[in-house]
Write a protein that binds this ligand. Structure first.
Ligand SMILES: NC(=O)c1ccc[n+]([C@@H]2O[C@H](COP(=O)([O-])OP(=O)(O)OC[C@H]3O[C@@H](n4cnc5c(N)ncnc54)[C@H](O)[C@@H]3O)[C@@H](O)[C@H]2O)c1
Length: 186
């Protein structure tokens, strides 16, 4: 959902509707198809694997970086390519999804140096933990356009203070933590 919201430039279109505007060109120049895009997950455990499985019908190039390579049979079924070196995977990705736990190694992992390795115009989705990112470096990269969109439901700290830099950075689609109920009520 978060990848599609960013890729299709959904929120600016929604905000135009609320404001009574109608400027299709202002939305369309940043709206793309997911098909053919390269999507890399950093971490391919339970959630990373489910993500890759759900992305398969979109005909994307799927990459994953993890400490562990999947069994060849599962890798083939999912249709994702293993990238042993994170810094080699990052410049290839149009979309990067963070699916690692917060550890001493991943805390602040996406700092200005790591972000500089990303493709210009990359979209980032992080539903793992806010502290994996250097919050100011993400905001700076959104402001410069290096990151074209950032979405997630995890912040550091939580609850996010009113002046958290992610609240006001351009091209974000952040929400509060989203907890879904198992079934819809009738
Ligand atoms: N936003 C939410 O409400 C929410 C809900 C569930 C989970 N999460 C977060 O998502 C994370 C992932 O969840 P999961 O169920 O897939 O966990 P998981 O343990 O099944 O998978 C984590 C994967 O990350 C890999 N990994 C760990 N450290 C790494 C590193 N330094 N570099 C590369 N790969 C590394 C592991 O090998 C593993 O495959 C959780 O740790 C949690 O923080 C958030």
């Amino acid at each position: 959902m978060r990848i599609l919201i960013l890729v299709r430039n959904f929120l600016p279109g929604y905000h135009q509707v609320i404001k009574g505007d109608w400027n299709v060109a202002a939305i369309a120049y940043r709206a793309y198809d997911l098909e053919g895009k390269t999507i890399g997950t950093v971490g391919a455990g339970r959630i990373g694997k489910l993500l890759l499985q759900r992305l398969k019908p979109f005909n994307c190039n799927l990459l994953y970086h993890d400490r562990l390579k999947m069994e060849p049979e599962l890798e083939k079924e999912i249709g994702a390519k293993f990238e042993e070196d994170l810094d080699t995977m990052l410049p290839k990705c149009d979309v990067v999804v963070i699916n690692t736990p917060l550890t001493e190694k991943t805390k602040g992992m996406f700092d200005a140096n790591k972000i500089a390795k990303l493709k210009k115009g990359v979209l980032i989705v992080n539903n793992a933990r806010g502290a994996i990112m250097d919050a100011q470096a993400v905001a700076d990269a959104c402001a410069s356009g290096h990151i074209a969109g950032y979405s997630g439901d995890v912040w550091y700290p939580q609850p996010a203070p009113k002046d958290h830099v992610w609240r006001s950075m351009p091209n974000h689609a952040m929400t509060l933590i989203s907890q879904a109920q198992p079934l819809m009520h009738n």
